[in-house]
Write a protein that binds this ligand. Sequence first.
Ligand code: SF4
Length: 302
Amino acid sequence: MDVGAEYMEFVKAKTILTKVKYGSEWYGVDYNMNLYRGCPHGCIYCDSRSNCYHIDHFDIPKGKENALLLLESELSKKKDHGVVGIGSMSDTYNPCELQYEQTRGALKLLSKYNYGVSIDTKSDLILRDLDLLKEINAKNNVIIKFTITTPKDELSKIIEPHVCVSSKRLEAIKILSDNGIFTGIMMNPVLPFITDKEEDIKELVRLAHESGAKFIQTFMGMTLRENQRDYYYEMLDKHFKGLKEKYRKYYGERYNCAVPNYKTLYKVFTEECDKYGILYNMKEIIKAYKKEIKDHEQISLF
Ligand code: SF4
């Protein structure tokens, strides 16, 4: 694991769990929770650094003061137990987690109060908590989503510079899958003219299969807005000469930036997934990872 203990600031929080408004269509998640504000992984395309989220000094992770006390209080009062999503706005396995163990503490509470969990991460530090994930998985729903945008480690070092490379994430998927944890890949974003090569998409699906990934979900594009776009273009100038101009010409000020060969590439992607039996449809992903609990509920009815 390429992480180390770091200095962390703390910010005040009044609440910690948010009930999802749109229903649980997105990975079957019922509540969302971010234990940190900001993220140090440095992904050049990160949407969470956009002004609209009002996070100052985004690259410095800030822990939420009393997060675990708040969480215990909220979990113990809720009638509807469900799946709690962690890490939608910042990777909950940032280097500070090694020392402060906010995520580990939260997992202990989710287990104690019988909730499921859905975690978004790019870090193999998640393996530290394999014991707790297995404990929760034995009685509830667990889904782990690793973001992997390229099969090439050298490229992942450039576009996601401060977190472990793609091959390490695939190794983590293998360990989690071998331990019965439902794990897959979020292949988002797909960066136009950088990670949208057909052979790379095929290679990533093949590697996912070898690692035991159960699903891959992708939008085949990226989003760009305000200061996120400025930062991304600055990084394009640094690492991919001439691409900024190409983006400006192709996308202008657009927010949704699908890769130019979207339809062809998505067809190739789904064909490869079908070949290996990897899921990519959201409803099927949810059905697959929640199946055991449904079976268990039915068994308990009898
Ligand atoms: S891991 Fe996620 S939140 Fe952190 S910098 Fe990368 S894209 Fe942003």
